[in-house]
Design a protein around this ligand. Structure first.
Ligand SMILES: [Zn+2]
Length: 231
């Protein structure tokens, strides 16, 4: 089957892989490389990553939703925040993982990455702070497309708490590299999304009905993004 993905180089040691509406990243250091997510259709994600670098490629997933894990099966193991496991398994995610938590670091060799927990979109959603690039690879919680907040294990209040905590660290990065929507986005988006979430929780945002393959949802357009929620 023909695949429609696009590989775009960000700098000499960094790529983004656009898989339709979802985006993965490959970060390469002196000793190792890290692939962040395997997309919605990229069953050959490992092969794609290994075609871009001769360093050993490890895998980390920002969370376990089905549009981020298609190619996990070709990796012997991967990094995941352990609170995410029920969500990952619910979507058919297989394999053994290495637990990783907020504050943990991964050193690719001269390229240190810090894990930042952002629970709420899913219980174990994480972002990766790439200090060498002053970029935060945010997964789904911070992006200007559609943010899925329906189904089990989604928590808008917890999401808001995560964003407020992240706002206190805004001096540590200059850009956000999200998994959906525009690339890159400004760190200002964190505050805008937090205000949007607060307004939804306060009942101040009118919603439009939205049909998600037969599931009736509410679409709350807060200007900087649209939150999809259930009644
Ligand atoms: Zn997603």
């Amino acid at each position: 089957m023909e695949q429609k993905y696009e590989i775009i180089q960000i700098d000499a040691e960094t790529w983004r892989i656009e898989d339709g509406t979802v985006r993965c990243y490959l970060l390469v250091g002196a000793d190792a490389a890290l692939l962040i997510d395997t997309g919605m259709t990229l069953r050959n994600a490992r092969e794609i990553a290994e075609g871009l670098t001769d360093k050993p490629v490890k895998l980390l997933i920002t969370h376990g939703d089905p549009d981020h894990i298609a190619g996990n099966g070709s990796f012997p193991t991967f990094y995941m925040q352990p609170d995410e496991e029920p969500n990952y398994r619910a979507f058919g995610g297989a394999g053994d993982f290495i637990p990783i938590r907020g504050g943990d670091t991964l050193d690719l060799g001269g390229r240190e990455l810090e894990i930042v927990e952002l629970p709420g979109h899913t219980p174990g959603s994480i972002a990766v702070l790439d200090r060498s690039r002053r970029a935060l690879i945010s997964g789904d919680p911070i992006q200007n497309g559609r943010i899925f907040m329906f189904g089990p294990a989604r928590d808008l209040r917890q999401y808001l708490t995560s964003l407020r905590a992240l706002q206190r660290r805004i001096g540590e990065f200059d850009a956000i590299w999200p998994a959906h929507g525009d690339f890159p986005v400004s760190p200002d988006l964190i505050g805008k999304l937090a205000i949007g979430a607060e307004r939804i929780l306060a009942g101040q945002v009118t919603w439009e009905p939205h049909d998600m393959r037969g599931t009736p949802l509410r679409a709350y357009n807060v200007g900087c993004a649209t939150f999809l929620m259930q009644e």
